[in-house]
Design a protein. Structure first.
Length: 384
């Protein structure tokens, strides 16, 4: 089967949408499909294309804006595919696919991955709202199948109206985690030494984008909360890249958190599992429903790390309170601290949550099992 996969961001840029698209392309390729990825060209270009068992077509945008780009030429590149997979939102790309679907109808089998809502202030926020009002429901209603990370998120997002009208079109399939890479293990002593973390100190880990597009990850909120935690023998390790990194570092210094907060050096995909294994607790402090799931949660869980996450639609489907971690009220620093302290000081509780995290990662989020479910959707849409 030939599958055209369309996404607004793609590795080497690190973000949940692009990483999920990479996983889809990899899994579908390994199940015998001929996959071509279409995405905007990287600013400044690449020295060499990524090594992958599928084709990557980086198209030159007519206009760029944030993490999206106007690429109307997508419409003429979709010929000859047995199925098209659009990862949405993709401002400037989704419109071309919607127009093509409207024209071709059943001749263009379309699977839409509805990944997230977008929120923002000012003109950007108004544009996001207008796009959701005008396009989202129409696009999802036109699709042959819509994949969401959870039914909870579908019911509490811009997808809700289409979900209510056409529930049979929706398939709730979460992201998967590669448990051959993300698995428990001892703390890397060289990394502990590199960051000056002593043997008796607990490590609380955050992993995520530190750019404006990922401001909803809540790093500023987390730093404010960390000051109130009075961590003592705990360190906050922040892993990520982006144009807000220096701003967050200055905030930590202003709050007097110089030693207790560590901004890691750039970490690549190969090194990332070792950073999860340093952690005694993983925290996802996202502040709004732009966070639909949190792939980092299941990566941490697969490494046996208890998780603490904001109680948001979709995200709350990952955390089973008391079994693999706890939820706290979004933007509620006091609740975050009340949930974090017992995990950091109670070794028995931490071990129990660690075991639960591993069990849930294995039973619900194993990458191979997820790929089988994704493969079944595409075979159904393409007629078997």
């Amino acid at each position: 089967m030939r599958i055209g996969l369309i996404v607004s961001t793609f590795p080497p840029y690190q973000g949940g949408m692009g990483n999920m698209a990479w996983s889809y392309a990899l899994g579908l390729s390994r199940r015998g499909h001929d996959v071509e990825v279409f995405c905007p060209a990287v600013r400044g270009g690449l020295e060499r294309e990524l090594d992958a068992p599928f084709a990557i077509r980086r198209l030159r945008p007519w206009v760029r804006f944030r993490n999206s780009a106007f690429i109307p030429q997508l419409a003429v590149r979709m010929g000859g595919f047995d199925a098209v997979n659009l990862h949405y939102p993709f401002y400037g790309g989704a419109e071309a696919i919607f127009a093509l679907k409207t024209i071709k109808g059943k001749k263009l089998p379309l699977v839409v991955n509805f990944q997230m809502d977008n929120f923002g202030a000012g003109a950007a926020g108004l544009a996001f709202k207008a796009n959701a009002a005008v396009l989202t429901t129409r696009l999802l209603s036109a699709a042959d199948k819509v994949i969401v990370t959870s039914a909870d998120y579908a019911a509490h997002s811009a997808a809700a109206l289409a979900y209510e009208k056409f529930p049979a079109k929706f398939a709730a399939i979460p992201p998967g985690v590669d448990r051959t890479r993300f698995n428990p293990g001892p703390k890397d002593q060289s990394l502990l030494g590199k960051y000056g973390i002593s043997a008796g100190e607990k490590v609380v880990l955050f992993v995520g984008g530190l750019d404006r597009a990922h401001a909803f990850k809540g790093v500023g909120f987390l730093l404010e909360a960390w000051r109130s935690l009075e961590p003592g023998r705990a360190r906050l390790l922040i892993v990520g890249r982006g144009d807000l990194r220096d701003s967050y570092r200055r905030t930590a210094e202003r709050l007097g958190l110089g030693r207790s907060v560590i901004f890691a050096d750039p970490v690549g995909p190969v090194e990332l599992p070792a950073y999860y294994r340093l952690a005694d607790l993983f925290v996802l402090p996202s502040t709004d429903s732009s966070e639909a799931f949190g792939i980092v949660l299941i990566e941490a869980m697969a490494c046996g790390v208890p998780v603490l996450a904001a109680d948001l639609p979709g995200v709350r489907s990952v955390v089973e309170s008391g079994r693999n971690g706890f939820l706290f009220g979004a933007r509620e620093a006091g609740d975050l601290l009340d949930k974090a302290r017992p995990i950091l000081i109670n070794e028995k509780l931490r071990r129990s949550l660690s075991a639960g995290a591993r069990e849930i990662a294995a039973s619900l989020y194993d990458q191979e099992k997820i790929w089988d479910r994704v493969d079944a959707v595409f075979r159904e849409v393409a007629g078997g």
